[in-house]
Ligand binder design. Structure first.
Ligand SMILES: Nc1nc2c(ncn2[C@@H]2O[C@H](COP(=O)(O)OP(=O)(O)OP(=O)(O)O)[C@@H](O)[C@H]2O)c(=O)[nH]1
Length: 720
């Protein structure tokens, strides 16, 4: 019972947004108002820098690269207890994950959304919905995360809460409803009127810590009344009783409105919109009240699911008394060993206990557990369902599931959606000593980040790293130098092309060998087809195998070997040895031999059949196409568009935001985007910025295809 009460007072939230919208600043303010820090520092300021950006590199680049979990306790707006009539819980425990905004680190966002029950979508009230807002919104939808919107930077020139709300409606299709009316605008923005209570809130003191509650300013009364009507119209419908009453002419009470909003938010049908200026310390505490009121607790959030080893889906109820089920969602390395951020979904985790890693089956002893406050940590003895904590000094990979009982090994909390890497480069060191340092670093990064890949090129023997973009890899190369002292040399970044087929091709291949001893025999017959669009359910679905063998013409025991054989060839396509994607095999017939058939024989037969079939199925080379959004002052618009076009870019549209900046959207092949940050900087006197993310693979123009094939052939010849 006690635990249930604790759980009802827990909120696991993420703060997601487009780059530079002010997530870190907002998180800092939340820490401050919850007494977790005693001084506010500007994110870009000197001194120690903002607390949430704990890595040196983040401070330097002014962006958040890794997300940090932080626990805060919110005492309510008065700081003493409840201010509102319906009694906000006094100390709500809010676990916050500060998520990174740069698209190259999008897996960090995905991971945090996986373990969160609610989120604050931060938008800049000048720029509104930007490209990354769309991405994080899509991610939130994928994980069914209910959200509140916060229009930050209300103090900036051109800030407009109504435009912000409209952008949420038009661009993100949200049922976005303003919950506040701004008081003053831009420089003069000084507070908000709460549309439920019609009270005005001002944020006094050096850091906005003294909240002054007053009557609504008389000159705003009409607008507030009108906006309040719109709000009630929109929210009343979430509760039948309230709606009925309202239709009969009775205005809902405050309590009833809260109830309706809560239902709307938690059913993902409603996005209440708040506003403020994190930087100028306005509006943050009121947002926290909304978090505690409307976002779900681990008890009321959508039930998480797990997969059993036989691929069945089971629902998890967050009972602290049941067997432990927890997921490691982020790993970092510290001086004293690995720090594993963990969400507990069920059961209770106690210090000194032994649990099991469900993926490896290995025992894991929990020596030390901590609650994180950015970089400070508090030792704790136990944590229960619904909580987010960090375990010190255990060995596991990000995404691993922990279970309490060895019988449950194999159970897995659904994995994280991992986007495919689109860029790679070679990396080398001058001697063995450096090599050892580099390997240590790379092994660490691999554990931390599923979008980071390391592999050895079979032909050249060189080490290559692959990831989500130039900046992504640049950061790791820099970290190798700084954190591991490895002096590495990197090659030019290269595009990760893909190969696919355009038409069907039948196959019929017999592998037969009869040289002394036992022979080898296997025949496979069927057809290779391009994977139909409607079957590419998942973005990473690249190969499907359909066993249509009837009457045992290939015995069941060999089918697995056949599948492996077909799949082997997918790693290297016939054109330029890039992975093949979007193929489907239908294995329809074959022959076997009682004595000479073996797994090996069928695997070889399938490999050969696949090679021939791909060649006959019009293979083509595909290149990654990136979604690019450039924000630039008007005067550079022509230059930027001309340059994007010369990079084979397709301009999809441009618009001017209320701040007077032009936002250009385009799709550009990744191969044309290398070095773009420097080029854009010099083109716009450093004033334009851009974001880029993977959109899709598309056929290369034939001249590019021949260039890539020629390059590959030359490389192979050189390696020989
Ligand atoms: N005028 C104004 N500036 C703000 C406000 N909030 C943040 N900023 C500024 O906007 C810039 C970006 O703020 P951050 O908090 O680093 O933004 P972020 O979203 O965490 O950035 P990334 O982690 O890089 O995505 C900084 O220079 C902040 O000082 C605000 O309310 N008003």
């Amino acid at each position: 019972m006690i635990n249930n009460k604790l759980m009802a007072k827990t909120r696991n939230i993420g703060i997601s947004a487009h780059i530079d919208s002010g997530k870190t600043t907002l998180t800092e303010r939340i820490l401050f108002y919850c007494d977790m820090i005693h001084k506010i520092e500007d994110v870009r300021g000197g001194g120690d820098g903002a607390k949430m950006d704990h890595m040196e590199l983040e401070k330097e680049k002014g962006i958040t690269i890794t997300s940090a979990a932080t626990t805060v306790f919110w005492k309510g707006i008065s700081g003493k207890g409840t201010t509102f009539a319906d009694g906000i819980e006094k100390d709500t425990k809010i676990n916050i994950i500060d998520t990174p905004g740069h698209v190259d680190f999008t897996v960090e966002v995905e991971r945090s959304l996986r373990v969160l029950d609610g989120a604050i979508l931060v938008l800049c009230s000048v720029s509104g919905v930007q490209s990354q807002s769309i991405t994080v919104d899509r991610q939130m939808k994928r994980y069914n995360v209910p959200r509140l919107a916060f229009l930050n930077k209300m103090d900036r020139m051109g800030a407009n809460a109504f435009n912000g709300r409209d952008a949420l409606i038009e661009k993100l299709n949200h049922n976005a409803v303003l919950m506040q009316h701004p008081i003053g605008a831009e420089d003069g923005f000084c507070g908000v009127v709460d549309l439920i209570t019609k009270k005005a809130y001002y944020f006094d003191g050096d850091n906005g810590e003294n909240i002054r509650e007053e009557e609504c300013p008389a000159d705003l009364a009409d607008q507030v009344e009108e906006l309040r009507g719109t709000m009630i119209d929109a929210v009343a419908e979430y509760d039948d009783e309230v709606m009925e009453k309202y239709l009969e002419g009775n205005e809902p009470t405050e309590e009833e409105l809260h109830k309706c909003i809560k239902i709307g938010v938690q059913s993902l049908a409603l996005t209440p919109v708040y506003m403020g200026s994190a930087f100028k310390n306005k509006g943050v505490q009121v947002l926290l009240e909304a978090v505690t009121r409307y976002l779900p607790s681990p008890l009321t959030c959508a039930k998480p699911t797990a997969k059993t080893s036989s691929d069945e889906t089971v629902e998890i109820s967050p009972d602290p008394a049941e067997e432990l089920l927890a997921m490691a969602f982020k790993i970092t390395d510290e001086q004293f060993g690995q720090l594993t951020y963990t969400r507990i979904y069920r059961g209770t985790l106690n210090k000194g206990e032994t649990v099991f890693n469900s993926r490896t089956g290995k025992k894991v002893r929990i020596g030390r557990m901590v609650r994180m406050n950015s970089n400070d940590r508090e030792n704790i003895d136990s944590a229960h369902a619904g909580d987010i904590i960090a375990i010190v000094g255990i060995d596991c990979a990000s995404g691993d599931t922990f279970v309490g009982d060895s019988d449950s090994v194999g159970l897995s909390l659904e994995g994280i959606h991992v986007p495919i890497p689109v860029i790679e480069l070679s990396i080398s060191c001058k001697d063995k000593n450096e090599q050892a340092k580099m390997s240590k670093g790379l092994a660490k990064f691999l554990k931390e980040d599923p979008t980071f890949h390391v592999f050895t090129d079979e032909e050249s023997g060189e080490t290559r790293i692959a990831g989500m973009g130039e900046l992504h890899l640049e950061i790791y190369v820099e970290r190798l130098k700084r954190e591991f002292g490895a002096e590495v040399t990197v090659g030019a970044p290269q595009v990760n092309y893909r190969e696919t087929i355009r038409v069907e091709a039948p196959f019929d291949y017999t592998h037969k060998k009869q040289t002394g001893g036992s022979g080898q025999f296997g025949q496979v017959v069927g057809v290779l087809k391009p994977l139909a669009a409607d079957r590419k359910e998942k973005e990473d679905q690249v190969f499907r195998f359909n066993n249509e063998i009837k009457g045992g013409s290939i015995p069941n025991e060999f089918i697995g070997a056949c599948e492996k054989g077909f799949q082997d060839v997918m790693d290297k396509g016939p054109l330029a040895a890039f992975p093949v994607i979007d193929c489907e095999i239908f294995l329809q017939d074959g022959k076997y031999h009682d004595v000479d058939s073996s797994d090996m024989a069928f695997r070889i037969a399938s490999r050969q059949a696949m090679r021939k079939a791909i060649n006959a199925a019009q293979p083509v080379l595909m290149e990654p196409i990136m979604k690019v959004e450039v924000t630039t002052p008007d005067e550079y618009q022509g230059g930027v568009i001309g340059d994007l076009s010369s990079r084979r870019g397709m301009i999809q549209g441009s618009e001017t935001d209320p701040g007077g900046e032009v936002i250009i959207n385009a799709e550009v092949p990744l191969s044309e985007m290398f070095g773009y940050s420097n080029d854009l900087r010099s083109m716009s006197a450093g004033k334009a910025t851009y974001t880029m993310e993977f959109s899709r693979y598309h056929d290369c123009p034939s001249n590019i295809q021949s260039d890539v094939m020629k390059e590959r052939a030359e490389k192979l010849a050189n390696d020989d």
